[in-house]
Design a protein around this ligand. Structure first.
Ligand SMILES: Cc1ncc(C[n+]2csc(CCOP(=O)(O)OP(=O)(O)O)c2C)c(N)n1
Ligand SMILES: [Mg+2]
Length: 322
């Protein structure tokens, strides 16, 4: 932990953001069980270090793209939890005015293109966003989240090749959580690491412990610096695990119990809490206060969402393209 340039204040902010991601997912899980939320959800508990580590290395004006599993990405990018919760409740105060729902969360003004549920669909979008930054002479970068499953989709290869040949300011971030829906990554990939594919496009590729938030922060910081400096993309593979099944309707029984248990031992929130405590950055009392303030923020978000109006019937066709 000592080789990071983060100070105590930044570390505590990262920790709080991770707790917010985790508790948001817990809250959403219970709201679904109670039948209070429409639609479906793909949850990201277990993957907080990836979302928060990446976004903690971004600057104002940078843009992320996301996937069908976007809640932690949105929270990590700093979208207000109220607007996310209202979006899940399909209310007009949501970040997409209640018309996008869980799989399309986003707010371009706050640095997140609305998420795209087509697997691999965000990779060309991030590449296009990076091309726009380069064309306009901006110093911003695009950070592109996608899963291991998306790394076998055609757009992965086409878009990364394009980003590479044009030295675009984009970082490609594969969250390798070992499964694409119920399919284990070993069944669909001959190479051990997605990151080795970077060699095919002539860009750097790295595999990082995706449950170590500061390791992610460090790797992303140097990839972002490279991209911002005009030296082109990097492919980061973050090894992580989702604690839940693929979606609300999937209990995840295809995963061996000992595998799930081993990854829960490496819970990214717990690991960081311990590291911060061991280094004297976090006390038990401070952890309690952070937990209470996050719960309060979520109480307020749920209340705000439930009390917000649904979109008016006459707005049915506004802000939608298809
Ligand atoms: C093009 C396309 N094919 C199939 C699906 C159905 N689908 C949704 S998520 C998913 C698995 C994606 O796996 P991965 O990219 O590893 O992301 P993870 O769910 O693990 O976060 C599939 C097959 C889809 N949404 N889009
Ligand atoms: Mg996956």
């Amino acid at each position: 932990m000592n080789d990071s340039n983060l100070d105590s204040k930044q570390r505590l902010a990262i920790y709080r953001r991770m707790v917010l991601c985790r508790k948001f997912e817990e809250r959403v899980y219970y709201l679904f069980l109670e039948g209070r939320l429409p639609g479906t959800v793909h949850q990201s508990a277990g993957q907080e270090a990836s979302a928060v580590g990446v976004c903690s290395a971004l600057a104002e004006g940078d843009v992320i793209t996301s996937t069908h599993r976007p809640h932690s990405h949105a929270i990590a990018r700093g979208l207000p939890v109220k607007s996310l919760m209202a979006e899940l409740f399909a209310k007009s105060t949501g970040c997409c005015r209640g018309k996008g729902g869980s799989m399309h969360l986003g707010d371009l003004a706050l640095g997140m293109l609305p998420a795209i549920a087509i697997v691999g669909g965000g990779i060309p979008l991030a590449t296009g966003q990076a091309l726009a930054f380069q064309y306009l002479g901006k110093k911003n970068i695009a950070a592109c989240f996608f899963g291991d499953g998306a790394a076998n989709i055609g757009t992965f290869h086409e878009a990364i090749n394009m980003g590479a040949i044009w030295n675009l300011p984009v970082v490609y971030i594969c969250e390798n959580n070992k499964y694409g829906a119920s399919t284990s990554v070993e069944k669909v990939m001959k190479v051990e690491h997605v990151s080795t594919r970077a060699a095919a496009y002539g860009i750097p590729g790295m595999t990082i412990d995706g449950n170590d938030v500061e390791a992610v922060h460090r790797a992303m910081s140097s990839a972002a610096e490279r991209a911002r400096g005009g030296r082109g993309p990097t492919l980061l593979e973050l090894e992580t695990y989702r604690f839940s099944g693929h979606s609300r309707s999937d209990p995840g029984h295809y995963r061996p119990q000992d595998e799930v248990a081993a990854w829960k031992q490496r819970d990214p929130v717990g690991l960081y809490e311990k590291a911060l405590t061991d280094h004297g950055v976090l006390t038990e009392e401070a952890a309690r206060q952070i937990s209470a303030s996050v719960e309060k923020e979520l109480d307020e978000a749920v209340k705000f969402a439930e009390e917000s109006p649904s979109p008016a019937a006459e707005e049915c066709l506004s802000d939608v393209f298809a």
